[in-house]
Ligand binder design. Sequence first.
Ligand SMILES: [Fe+2]
Ligand SMILES: [Fe+2]
Length: 513
Amino acid sequence: MYHSQDTKIRLEALNKIGIALSSETHLGRLLELIVKEARNFTNADAGSLYLVDHDKNCLNFEVAQNDTLKKSADLKSETFKPYSLTLDKNSIAGYVAITGKTLNIADVYHLSPEAGFEFNRDFDRRNKYRTKSMLLVAMKDTEGKIIGVLQLINSANIQGKVVSFASKIETLVSSLASQAAVAIKNAQLLKEIKDVFEALIRYSVSAIDARSPFTAGHSKRVAAYSMALAQAINNTHEGPYADISFSPDQLEELNYAAWLHDIGKIGVKEWVLDKRTHLSDAEMDALINRFENIKASVITETQEKKIGLMNNNNENAKDIQHLDSELGARIHQIDEKLAFIKNINGFNVLNDSDINQLEEISKKKYVDLEGEKRNYLTEFEFENLSVKKGNLTKNEIEEIQSHVTHTENIVNNIPFTGHLKRVPIFAAGHHEMLDGSGYTKHIKAKDIPIQTRIITISDIYEALIAKDRPYKKSLDPIKSLAILKEEAQNGKLDKELVRIFIEKKVYETQEDN
Ligand SMILES: [Fe+2]
Ligand SMILES: [Fe+2]
């Protein structure tokens, strides 16, 4: 394209390429862009890019572009997969990566035997391609370190005939390669920082989830469902979300929000998350102990009465017998009460008669060892045992719900900017319902963005099919999807998203490891 233009025009083009390269920060896209621009610049039919991995002493083949193969559908063009070469001088790219020399070869099928490197014709054979002229330039960073090799193949003249690369273009391509090297270094650095940041999020969130065996792996799976649902929306071209298409940046933002949605659980006490009975084992032991004491006090009371009878010398066998049978009945009653409490402690649903019975027991009094009159049940025990649905008291429910506020505070303190700035909003709204019945802000549909709705549906579904939780048994997908549908019908969840979740089989998504 540029071969007949003068140096000034080429320099201007080079300048423009430099600007384009420096504004692309995504490593994969940048590498593609470098090859594309270099090919345009030299009118090359094909081009590749290798990155040097000095630690592993290898050359990673990252990008391959080939116009001829792309255009000819009848040619069996292979799909490109990145691979590695050992870093040595036997291959052409390896030679350039080690020596830093520019190679301008007229025909690689006629290399001089003294060259010391060989051209591998495997690719040509497989794809019926003929590689002829080649220009290879080392990409050096600002310290002169070789970070990669740019390889351009088959320069064409105006007639489209394959010709050698013009020697005067070598320095310009070298200059392009240097600019590319700087951009690659920046993108690599950015990627490294991002990878570390992502790993940090994954590990900390997974550790928080794993505090409770019931939620281990939860956030990871919620993120997998959320991403799959967003992709399914992108592929939906009918219905209310036909026009919605999430860009890679928006998907990244959603992914962070989904991963982080429950990070606030770090601020919730472990035993509350895991509570599976009204009273814990230790609390139950204390209660059982008290009932043993109550029985002991009843026995003592009877003994004292017997002694009283004896001391007054009006020992009457009938009276003693009466006292004994009365004692037997009282002990039996206490045992029955304890059995009732032990039983309802594991219940998730209590009826009114259970509550009445519990109230009666709680008000009964006994005299403790110090002679103090006390109730059979403490206020704490009564409050916990008398929870009608589930086993969390009002305070405990508030404690669990507070994880959303903690999530908001934590995520707000992570400096998400630019295209990630709405991560805190998406993450912190995941328990809000479209009809305002959710928590903690009780906002309604118009204030709940689609990203939050996506996380909410994924979150509910994951919790439903997850292994047994303290407060519920695990459900199969059919029942779980039916619940999602019902919640959508009731105006709580987004109907269209639930439809896509089911019809596009988003629920079958497996998280990758
Ligand atoms: Fe949550
Ligand atoms: Fe969750």
